[in-house]
Design a protein. Structure first.
Length: 95
């Protein structure tokens, strides 16, 4: 974990924000997670909230986990996260 923190703090937030525009949703989520965890960036919340509606179950699961683990922002996500409790994929629902 310390390595991840060290790298994120050394990378310019604007550079990390470029990841939010990437075509690959997993890269977008990784960028959003970094910005949320180390910079508490509101744009990261929007990206993760939108990813909760993704067709890909792994995208939904990962986004739900990140939002649920974020103590400061989880209240904002509760309505959408609660909908995932009845997700057709059990791994997403259990997240």
């Amino acid at each position: 974990m310390w390595f991840k923190e060290k790298i994120i703090y050394r990378i310019d937030p604007q550079t990390v924000k470029q990841l939010l525009k990437h075509n690959n949703p997993f890269i977008r989520i990784a960028g959003a997670e970094a910005l949320l965890e180390y910079r508490n960036d509101p744009q990261a919340i929007r990206i993760l909230m939108a990813a909760l509606d993704a067709q890909d179950k792994e995208i939904r699961r990962r986004s739900a986990k990140i939002l649920g683990d974020s103590k400061e922002q989880s209240a904002t996500a509760v309505p959408k996260l609660s909908k995932l409790l009845s997700d057709k994929d059990s791994a997403v629902a259990k997240t």
